[in-house]
Ligand binder design. Structure first.
Ligand code: 6R9
Length: 567
């Protein structure tokens, strides 16, 4: 087996082993369990560097457009120790579920890593969650402590949450009570010395709630062992090198914001930029310019918004520090890849994975030829396939269920409180993703849609993504969501919901023009028979177009759980 090393001046995985073998045991040498048999994510991510050559290297740089705060690895060790002491004093014990519900700020990162030092299981929540979403998650997980702000506290139904013992407020001037604790005051006074709680590899790490197409959100539990894959994909895929300035735009409420906004960069000892405040194209470009960001991990929805702002905005900034740009969360339209090349002279590298997989699974590497529209190939040490409903592997170019051979290091270990649901993901040695895709004859995977989103029209199977990708190539189209609408003759017809770019009017002529445009580009049967123009499309906070909401609009159905939908 090849040794995976970044050779001087070369990328990790420069010599990508086409046989795709990697023995994950090989990665164990990088963690404390190799010597002690025990481990703690916060130690591996922070303390290990603070005790070595990276002590005075910037670990976290927080910027919200006005204020900047910088913390070295040595600072991070002290500050997360303090947070750990605060939490221990508040009664937190190993294995307790500790939730964090607040906007991005340095304190969020201290609290999260401090909780990990204590061996707690962390549940991060988007700050935009409303009461029902907060209640569901805290109840299901039997959370013991919540870190939040005064502004968000009214959305926490404290009285209904029996297990919740303490609420820690991170604002200034907190009036304390039996349940309310002033974080800043306790933090000031807390010792900055703390011995992390040493854990087993299979002990809990993080609990991310994610919504499916039906039912309440599910708690996906990841364990310490996931760090193996966070570390290695940080090298192989993010290609993190010693001098990199890395920016992941995701919020920790989404798995990308923890696995790649916290774990992968810190495990690799990188300098990690955290940006607070709202999205704004000019502001985002200015962050890249100001900090000379080299590696940038974002999402198609953000790239499309930047694209919508036009090349002018990009051209006002010096973006030449960028050397590696990556995307996750949704299909990356070829149109966006072309734009990335123009706007900042980088090919955007797509990565595919899920909350349930815990880390990247199918990716485009720096050293590999990108096929625009493809998610890439499975990372070393993993195996992906397209299987039919009986679990048989399908040959190249056949559309089917995208599945992963079990296990892999960062695979989810539980659906909280729901073993039956957990079992339902697995079938004949495969984890079945719920995505449909095909593999080409060179082993590249091509996303087609969620299995339940695939459209059957007049006997033809159409992946909505393909149609959406074509639609956004039209100059008038900013965003598009495509669904199958029941039709007595054709089974389903294709219906598109479109948000137009500024300056375009929603006319019938434009509809016809767009229909003709899809026909020319794809096929007659793939052209939407119906088009609705909308100001905005329903999207999750991580930027996924919620086709099930479009479908519910269309069919006058219940929209189901909307807690992950953006405002
Ligand atoms: C990390 C994350 C998972 C679902 C997944 C798929 C979609 C993610 C994608 C992609 C096409 C990609 N998805 N990456 N679709 N191309 N590169 O996104 O986790 O929020 O759990 O979503 O997102 O449908 O099944 P999560």
């Amino acid at each position: 087996m090849k040794v995976l090393k970044a050779l001087p001046g070369k990328h990790w995985l420069a010599e990508y082993d086409e046989t795709n073998t990697y023995d994950w045991k090989d990665a164990e040498q990088y963690f404390s369990w190799a010597t002690t048999g025990k481990v703690n994510m916060a130690h591996e991510a922070i303390d290990r560097h603070a005790e070595g050559e990276r002590a005075n290297k910037d670990a976290l740089i927080y910027f919200d457009g006005t204020t900047e705060q910088r913390f070295t690895y040595a600072d991070m060790k002290r500050l997360t120790n303090k947070a750990a002491n605060v939490l221990v004093d508040a009664g937190v014990k190993t294995g307790d579920r500790i939730f964090i519900f607040m906007p991005r700020s340095p304190e969020l990162y201290f609290a999260l890593l401090g909780a990990l030092k204590v061996g707690a299981i962390v549940g991060p929540l988007f700050e935009a969650f409303m009461e029902q979403a907060v209640r569901d998650r805290l109840l299901d997980s039997e959370a013991k402590l919540l870190v939040t702000t005064k502004a968000l506290l009214p959305r926490v139904p404290v009285g209904e949450l029996e297990s919740l013992e303490k609420v820690v407020l991170v604002d200034e001037d907190v009036e304390e009570s039996d349940t309310l604790l002033d974080f800043r005051k306790a933090f000031e006074q807390a010792s900055d010395v703390f011995e992390p709680v040493w854990l087993d590899r299979e002990d809990g790490l993080i609990l991310h709630y994610t919504s499916g197409s039906t039912g309440k959100p599910k708690g996906v539990l990841h364990v310490q062992n996931a760090m193996i894959q966070h570390l290695m994909t940080g090298r192989w895929v993010l290609d993190l090198q010693e001098d990199d300035i890395y920016w992941c735009t995701a919020d920790p409420g989404w798995v990308t914001g923890t696995s790649y906004g916290i774990f992968a960069p810190f495990l690799n000892g990188a300098t990690n930029i955290v940006v607070g405040g709202r999205f704004n194209p000019d502001f985002w470009y200015s962050v890249i310019e100001k900090y000379k960001v080299t590696v940038w991990y974002s999402a198609p929805t953000a790239f499309r918004m930047l694209m919508g702002a036009g090349a002018d905005v990009a051209n006002h900034h010096d973006l030449s520090s960028l050397r590696h740009v990556l995307s996750v969360g949704e299909p990356l339209n070829p149109e966006v890849i072309r734009w990335g090349k123009e706007a900042f002279d980088q090919r955007i590298h797509d990565t595919w994975w899920m909350t349930e997989t815990g880390a990247m699974m199918i990716c485009n590497y720096k050293s590999m030829d990108i096929k625009p529209g493809s998610m890439g190939k499975p990372i070393p040490g993993t195996q992906a396939a397209i299987i039919d409903d009986q679990g048989n592997e399908l040959p190249p170019f056949r559309m089917g269920n995208l599945a992963l051979k079990t296990p892999w290091p960062s695979m989810m270990r539980q659906i909280w409180n729901n073993p039956q649901k957990y079992e339902s993901y697995f079938f004949k040695g495969w984890y079945v993703s719920g995505d449909s895709a095909y593999m080409d004859d060179e082993g590249y995977f091509w996303f087609q849609g969620r299995v339940d989103d695939v459209i059957m029209t007049a006997g033809e199977r159409v992946g909505p993504f393909e149609v959406e990708s074509r639609l956004v190539e039209h100059p008038a189209v900013a965003e598009a969501g495509v669904i199958g609408k029941p039709d007595p003759v054709r089974g389903e017809i294709i219906k598109a919901f479109i948000a137009l770019r500024d300056g375009y009017e929603p006319t019938d002529e434009l509809k016809q023009e767009i229909q003709a445009f899809v026909k020319e580009g794809l096929a007659a049967h793939a052209a939407p028979r119906e088009i609705d123009f909308r100001d905005k499309l329903p999207k999750t906070r991580s930027g996924k177009i919620m086709r099930r909401v479009l479908k519910a609009w269309e069919l006058n159905l219940e929209t189901g759980d909307l807690s992950t939908m953006e405002d």
